[in-house]
Design a protein around this ligand. Sequence first.
Ligand code: PRP
Length: 178
Amino acid sequence: MKTQFDKVLLEEGEIRARVSELAKAISADYQGMDPLLVCVLKGAVFFMADLVREITVPCELDFMAVSSYGSATDSSGVVRILKDLDANIEGRHVIIIEDIIDTGLTLSYLSKNLRARNPASVEVCALLTKPERRKADISCKYVGFEVPDTFVVGYGLDFNEDYRNLRFIAAMPEEGSR
Ligand code: PRP
């Protein structure tokens, strides 16, 4: 599988090590707080699953599905909730788990939406960030890696729903070279 990707950006081992560091930081910061980890489907599923198994304090999980009105590669900032949380988050310490922050528009909408429900706190943990693409001013407390402004796939990230199951993260080959 790997041979078709000429640029592997993050190997499986690097991802595992960083996820473990993030889990350590979260475990230290959230002692006795029973945080609610909110996974934004679908891309963050793999990250969430690996992260939560490294977290050493009691925590709960919930899931949201959102769709952004935009082109396949660009979100517009207008977000529709396809699946809302099961939990009432009033008074809870919420951590939004994202695979990637690109423009930041999805996260900007999501954190505003969740804050309106009176949680005790809302923080963000994202595996990847593309700072060059940022359009919204958002704060992300836990970041795995900065990646360049190229289309990335693997470890949850897709191209037309393909490649989510790669164990590594790679730059998508240019059209024509595939
Ligand atoms: C990705 C990612 C974020 C969003 C980031 O989701 O998981 O939710 O895009 O983009 P933004 O910062 O420009 O708003 P996507 O819409 O690809 O859905 P998926 O996770 O189901 O693949």
